[in-house]
Design a protein around this ligand. Sequence first.
Ligand SMILES: *Cc1c(COP(=O)(O)O)cnc(C)c1O
Length: 502
Amino acid sequence: MNKDLSIFERSRPGRRGYEPPRPPFPARDPASLFPASSLRRTPPALPEVSELDLVRHYVLLSKKNTSIADSFYPLGSCTMKYNPVANEVAAAMPGFAWLHPFQDDAEAQGFLVVLHRLERWLASLTGLPAVTLHPAAGAQGELTALLVARARHEDRGEGKRRTVLIPDSAHGTNPASVAMAGMTPLAVKSGPDGLVDVADLRAKVGAETALLMITNPNTLGLFEERILEIAEVLHRAGAFLYMDGANFNAIVGVTRPGDFGVDLMHMNLHKTMSTPHGGGGPGAGPIAVREEFAPHLPVPRVLEHAGRYSLEWDAPKSIGMLRGFLGNSGVLLRAYAYLRRYGGDGVRSIAEHAVLNANYLRARLRGDWHVPYDRTCMHEFVATNRRIKETGIRTLDVAKRLIDLGHHPPTIYFPLIVPEALMIEPTETESKETLDAFAEDMLRIAREARENPQLLRDAPVTTPVRRLDEVKAVREPRLRHPCPNSAVVSSGLGSAASAGGR
Ligand SMILES: *Cc1c(COP(=O)(O)O)cnc(C)c1O
C-alpha cells in the first residue's frame, strides 16, 4: 500500500463505508427547511473511500504529527506537560459528555457542582475570591479581565483611564487584547536584569493608566522580585495590577498572586492544569479577581444555595456574555480531575518539580550554550546561539536539527528582547533521563555546528516535509490539496449528498 497517497487519490466512485439505516419517517426536502440562497448547487467534492481507508488516512496523519504523547516537548511558555489519561476518562463520562447546553439546571447538578468546585479551587490557588471559567483561551481571559477592569473603572467614575502598561518582554496577545478591549497599550522597559524597570514604570503611570499587565514569572523565566513595589505604584495611582498567569505552573501552590498585590489574573488550564494544548485548542483561560470586580464578571455565574446549584443571569453590572454557554466544559472537567488527583497539599509539588527540572537543564547547558540571564530560573530559561555564532548557525537551524534528533524544538525567537532566543521549558512531568538525553543532544548540536554545519542547515531530514521556505509559505500559502475534484470524485456523490439531506 502506498502510504503517501492522499485520501483524494484513494477515492473511487461509489466506494462507501458504513451507511446508517434510514430513519422510519419520510425525508424532508431541504428546500422546505432552508432558504434557497443557503442551499449548495453543486455536491461537495468529498472523497469516496471505505471505512478502512478512512481509518488509515487518520492514523497515518496522526503518525506524521508530533505530540507530548510521543516526544519531549520543551516549548517555552506553553507548559507542554503530560495530559493524564484519567482526565480523559472524567471528561468522557456519559453524564457529562451527553449533557445539552440548554439542559435544565436541575438536570445538570453534577456538572454545576464540578464547575463550582473548580472555581473554588482556582480561587484558593490564586488568593482571588471570584472566578469565571468562561474564557476559552488565555488570550480570551486577557480580554475578559480587561473588559472587567474597564467596567470597574467606569463604575467608579474613572472611565477616562484607557492606557494599559505592558512590559516589553510580554506575550504578543497582551497588546492585541488591549486593542480589542478598546484601550491603548504602552510599553514599559525591562532592566538589564530582565525584570520590569520600575523607574520606567513610575515615569509612565499616570491619571490615564487603567492597569499594568504583568507576566509573573515573566517570559524569561524570572520572578518579578519587586512585585510588591510594582503593585504599590499602580494602586497609589488609582490603577489596577493584572497578572498574565500563563506561567502559573512555576508558582502554583507556592505563592498566591492575590497575596502579592494582583487584582485580576488569568490562568491557562491547558498549560498549568494539564489539559490538552495543541492545534489551537479548545482551551480554557479562567480569570480570578478581587471581590470588588465580581459584579462585572460575565454571565451566567454558577451559584450555590443550600446545596443546590443554579446559573445566575441577573447581574446588571456584568460585562455580559463572553461566548456561547459556560466555557469549554471538557477542558474544565479535565482540569478538575487533575487537581483532585494532586489534592490540596500536592499541588505545590507541581511547581517545585517544574522549577527543579528547568534549573537542572539550565545548569547542564550553560557551559556550551549562552544563557543571557544566567541565574536561578523559575519554570523555564532562555538560551541563544551566541557561542556558535561564528559558524553562521542560527537558532532556526538548531530547532530543525532537534526535530531530527527526536525532540520537539523549544520556542524560538521569543521573547523579542533576546536576539536568537531559544526558550526552554521542560515541565515537571519529564524524567531526569529525558532531560539528560535532551542536554546531550544540545551539546552534540553545539559540536556539529563547528564540525559539520551543513547537517544543521539541511535539517530536518527525517520528517514527511523537509525545511520549508518560511517566507514563501506565508506569502503564497497553499491551503488546498492539489488534486481534488471531478477526475477523482464522481458524480455519484450527488445521490449521497441529497440522501444526506434527509
Ligand atoms: C500562552 C500564553 C498566552 C496566551 O494564551 P492562549 O491560551 O494561547 O491564548 C498569553 N501569555 C503568555 C505569557 C503565554 O505564555
